[in-house]
Design a protein around this ligand. Structure first.
Ligand code: ADP
Ligand code: MG
Length: 592
């Protein structure tokens, strides 16, 4: 056989590299903004059209490039930021891999205008699919303006892979916010389809946070600062009572680079301990400064993951700093979740929170009432039970219609989490939340398949304000939300009006439930091929399902057990977790 190995042409190699670095319009925006930062710009303007698919532009007032550099910047592994391997351990710039521009030029039509401060004329360069189409002197402001048109024009498969406009816009806003937060001393603007959505003037971190998330944040965050030999921490953490159902506002920067780290996230959450109501996430805006030789940011092409040399100490320091900040502002003793109307969740869900006299408890809250009413109209399930007496006792017999010979005895609730029962096969340990999730999921799925519209409760219209990113997500999944019964429409910007909700939705919790759906939607793997509706149905079920920590009376336990055993898929929650465990007699024997 003759030789078969050959070197890939640059254009192909660049396309392959682009697959890793440029996944969507937002990745290109991130890279261009970072380049502007590295070029020392103090004012960075971002313009996008058609959610970046057809047009993206980043204009900076940084140092610009010479004619030769302008051309070289599009070569792969062309960078001005490192010279030798050792430099990798002292990285202070955002970029260093020299891949971004080459990747972008491989998969889009790019125009660059750039001028050095010392030069009177600039350079204009056009490049598409890695081919330079023209390069000529031009009159332009100092700094650099890069325009990207028709991303993935030459890779239809990738172009088709892009999500809806709302979804791609949400990603752009997210990347924009991350860079803008990391550099509050610079000014940034973002213009989408001719509308300026952010205009952030230079200031301090707190001003930047309120500039992005609204003035309400002045009251919601406390500063934290720690100076140790290993690292320096600075930033703000959100007061626990403003914790969110969505994880969106968790920002960690290491040497001003936005980083995802579940490890450090855990350190912070742990410091909040039981100050947080279950299923809520604290907001934080934390900046870690650390000697670059003590970290490795080279492990991922998009550079959002990081390895620390001394993880354990870092965990401890961050946890302590967060605790100290919470303590210093004596957040602990004055918890009163009821004061904030925007954060309205029923107290009976707190479960593990220490009950303090000043916490106003909504004693009338019963997670079953609303559903109860809805169900009474549709089923006559009560008649299906064979009760041993009229008064609920400790021992009940439930006889699901579908399994006439399968009598289930219920003993009670354990740890405010499990329903203990038995049938002829053995002991049943039923997870109350997962079981309820399965029930809700199947019920709503059935409703959906029967008619186009779920049963809906009309509401006195409620106005709801979302963060920019969440607003985009709402727009993205609006048709699915409507299908399951959320009658939501856009009022303008990030404001929405809710006119109806699915039956079973607790009054006063509408915003909370929507936020929770968003959060759980975001956390579900985007890799699966699931239908969107199903994904939302799952989120919905897990949000309105009875949570742990809620005391169930006998009647409620019966209903859950009965309904669970009526389900098509009894054994698994909609997200694939076991709803119950059966301990057979043999299992029990082996325990003794
Ligand atoms: P990296 O940022 O990893 O070096 P890029 O492909 O993003 O790689 O950029 C290549 C080079 O082009 C940079 O090292 C820099 O010298 C130059 N460059 C890119 N964007 C700009 C800009 N906005 N202003 C000045 N120089 C830039
Ligand atoms: Mg770069």
């Amino acid at each position: 056989m003759s030789d078969i190995i050959k070197l890939l042409p640059d254009s192909v190699a660049n396309q392959i590299a682009a697959g890793e670095v440029i996944q969507r319009p937002a990745s290109a925006i991130k890279e261009l903004m970072e380049n502007a930062i590295d070029a020392g710009a103090v004012r960075i303007q971002v313009v996008v059209k058609d959610s970046g698919k057809s047009f993206m532009q980043v204009i900076d007032d940084g140092h610009g490039m010479s004619e030769t550099d302008a051309r070289l910047s599009f070569e792969r592994h062309a960078t001005s930021k490192i010279n030798q391997a050792n430099d990798l351990f002292a990285i202070r710039t955002m970029g260093f891999r020299g891949e971004a521009l080459a990747s972008i030029a491989a998969v889009a039509m790019v125009e660059m205008k750039t001028r050095l401060h010392s030069n009177d004329v600039g350079t204009e360069l056009e490049i598409a699919g890695s081919k330079v189409e023209s390069q000529q002197p031009t009159a332009c402001p100092t700094g650099t303006a890069i325009t990207i048109k028709n991303l993935f024009y030459n890779i239809p498969a990738r172009r088709n892979f892009l999500k809806s406009n709302a979804s791609e816009t949400r990603h752009i806003v997210e990347e924009f916010q991350r860079v803008a937060l990391a550099f509050p001393e610079k000014s940034f603007s973002l213009t989408q389809d001719g509308v300026q959505v952010f205009n952030l003037t230079a200031g301090n971190l707190k001003q930047r946070i309120t500039g992005i998330f609204g003035n309400g944040y002045n009251e919601r965050i406390v500063p934290t600062q720690e100076d140790t030999t290993i690292l320096k921490i600075e930033g703000y953490i959100g007061k626990p009572e403003f914790a969110k159902k969505t994880r969106g506002e968790q920002f960690l920067f290491v040497n001003r680079r936005f980083i995802k780290s579940s490890y450090i996230n855990h350190a912070i959450s742990d410091a909040f301990a039981d100050l947080l109501p279950p299923n809520t996430f604290p907001s934080y805006f934390l900046f870690i400064e650390i000697d670059p030789s003590k970290i490795d940011i080279n492990i991922h092409p998009t550079k959002t993951e990081i390895k620390f040399e001394d993880e354990k100490s870092i965990y401890a320091i961050i946890r302590a700093a967060t605790k100290r900040a919470l303590g210093k502002f004596s957040i602990t003793p004055s918890l009163d979740f009821d004061q904030e109307t925007a954060f309205n969740i029923p107290v009976s869900m707190y479960g593990t929170l220490p009950r303090q006299p000043e916490v106003k408890v909504d004693k009338s809250y019963n997670p079953f009432t609303a559903e109860n009413n809805a169900k009474k109209n549709t089923h006559g399930w009560e008649n299906l039970y064979i009760k041993s007496s009229d008064q609920p006792s400790d021992l009940f017999e439930v006889e699901p219609a579908s399994r006439p010979n399968q009598k289930i005895k219920i003993f009670g609730q354990f740890a405010l989490k499990y329903i203990l029962a038995c049938n002829s096969e053995g002991m049943l340990l039923i997870d109350q939340k997962r079981a309820h999730e399965r029930i809700l999921y199947e019920r709503h799925a059935k409703l959906l398949s029967q008619s186009a519209q779920a049963i809906q409760q009309d509401l006195f219209p409620i106005k709801i304000e979302f963060s920019t990113a969440d607003a985009h997500l709402i727009k993205e999944i609006e048709p699915e939300l409507k299908k399951i019964g959320f009658d939501i429409s856009e009022l303008g910007g990030t404001t929405f009006v809710l006119n109806g909700v699915p039956s079973g939705t607790e009054r006063g919790r509408e915003k909370y439930i929507l936020e929770a759906i968003l959060e759980s939607y975001k956390n579900q793997s985007t890799l699966s091929n699931d239908q969107q509706t199903e994904k939302i149905l799952r989120s919905f079920a897990s949000t309105i399902a009875i949570s742990y920590g809620v005391t169930l009376n006998m009647e409620e336990m019966e209903r859950i057990v009965h309904d669970l055993f009526e389900c098509d898929v009894k054994e698994w929650s909609p997200t694939g977790k076991k709803t119950f465990k059966l301990l057979t007699e043999q299992d029990l024997h082996s325990l003794f």
